[in-house]
Write a protein that binds this ligand. Sequence first.
Ligand SMILES: [Zn+2]
Length: 62
Amino acid sequence: MTEKACRACHLIISEGNVCPNCHSTELSERWDSYVLIFDPEKSEVGKKLNAKVAGKYAVRIR
Ligand SMILES: [Zn+2]
């Protein structure tokens, strides 16, 4: 199972080919480190990434 990162919002997706956060299908299998966001509305990183759902977000997509 390959985790993919959304190129638009950086959410890491473990299944499917559509991002549940922004519904983009532009996914990348090449990304570096990630951050865990539990509460996107209170997280500074979450705001920066425009995160709407809790989850793992790639810091850098190659
Ligand atoms: Zn996305």
